[in-house]
Design a protein around this ligand. Structure first.
Ligand code: TLP
Length: 338
């Protein structure tokens, strides 16, 4: 059976061209700094984001964790939006490894205002309070349904962070989706944050890896932490080459994923289902449904996979391996099932 996998954009398989690039990748021992493919990916990423340095890491979770570890001290507090991936889905890494406390701030569709953030910053010089060190933004925002931050919204938080001497990290697992949807170059977003983590293994379609970009000194600290956590790899140019290929060839096509997500949302709306097509900003569709488990199980029997985002909400994610025909089949199948 041909499976239509809409659970996540993490499920993509390398394309034939990407496999060819992997096959031919030049490699070396990265712990000696000798893997040409990794060095090229890091240099390319730093340039693309207008940052001094970049670090190839195993996953988005590792990139976020290294960003926190290299910009905080144990006992510090880190402000995150209350539905942030860092808060929900990273196994408590910031706390378990970095010894920091996360301070969740409710946002609107994943976006915090400068005032939201400022109200949560702890007063300095009072022995009762943990000291706020870092603010983390998520762009696009996963649990909010692939919503993006505008550049002005990022600037507003950056201004507050600067005023209080805080660093800003962007969990940009899907920053290219935000960039394509808003027309904002990633370099512009990066101007108003200290570090950005972006995933190669999501919409960009590479099999493994993320990149953390930022100032040289911060990335050097992150490199140290990556080694300490066992994330320094050897001839990992095998996977980095796929990441570089994805960065060079798979950004513009994200627009197609966004169109298909919109098409799916409109199709489901036309079936009378509880979906808001206007809220579909990038490659995710959130369907509010009374019995999600039953619908998901029925869909699975028909070869269509989706996942639960939050209780009562099914998430569909479009990506490189999803065609227009797959979306038509999905809408038709759901029409038959409900
Ligand atoms: N998100 C995954 C799951 O973990 C939920 C998905 O299927 O969407 N930041 C954001 C915003 C993410 O959505 C994810 C992955 C990560 C970080 C972590 O990336 P990985 O899975 O590479 O550690």
């Amino acid at each position: 059976m041909n499976v239509i996998d809409l659970r996540s954009d993490t499920v993509t398989k390398p394309t034939a061209k990407m496999r060819e690039v992997i096959f031919n990748a030049e490699v070396g021992d990265d712990i000696y700094g000798e893997d040409p493919s990794i060095n090229e990916l890091e240099a390319y990423s730093a340039e693309l984001f207008g940052k001094e340095a970049a670090l190839f890491v195993t996953s988005g979770t590792q990139g976020n964790t290294l960003a926190i570890l290299s910009q905080t001290q144990p006992g510090n507090e880190v402000i995150v939006e209350s539905n942030a991936h860092i808060f929900w889905y990273e196994g408590g890494a910031a706390c378990a490894i970095g010894g920091v406390q996360l301070h969740p701030v409710p946002g609107t569709r994943g976006v915090m205002t400068g005032a939201d953030v400022e109200a949560r910053i702890r007063p300095k010089g009072n022995v009762h309070f943990p000291q706020t060190a870092l603010v983390c933004l998520e762009n696009t925002h996963n649990r909010a349904g692939g919503t993006y931050w505008s550049l002005d919204q990022v600037k507003e938080v950056k201004d507050v962070a600067d005023k209080h001497g805080l660093k800003v990290h962007m969990d940009g697992a899907r920053i290219f989706n935000a960039s394509v949807a808003t027309g904002t170059p990633v370099k512009e977003y990066a101007k108003y944050v200290d570090t950005v983590q972006f995933c190669l293994s999501k919409g960009l379609g590479a099999p493994v890896g993320s990149v953390l970009v930022g100032p040289k000194e911060t990335i050097q600290k992150a490199r140290f932490w990556r080694k300490r956590l066992g994330g320094a790899m050897r001839q990992a140019g095998i996977i980095a080459s796929a990441g570089l290929y994805a960065l060079q060839h798979h950004i513009d096509r994200l627009e197609d994923d966004h169109k298909l997500a919109k098409k799916l949302a409109l199709g489901l709306k036309n079936l009378g289902l509880d979906v808001d097509p206007d809220s579909v900003k990038t490659n995710m569709v959130m369907l509010r449904f009374a019995d999600c488990d039953r619908l998901l199980a029925k869909l699975k029997e028909k070869g269509i996979l989706a996942g639960l985002s939050v209780p009562g909400v099914i998430r569909f994610v479009t990506h490189l391996d999803i065609t227009e025909e797959d979306i038509d089949t999905t809408i038709k199948t759901i029409a038959e099932l409900i």
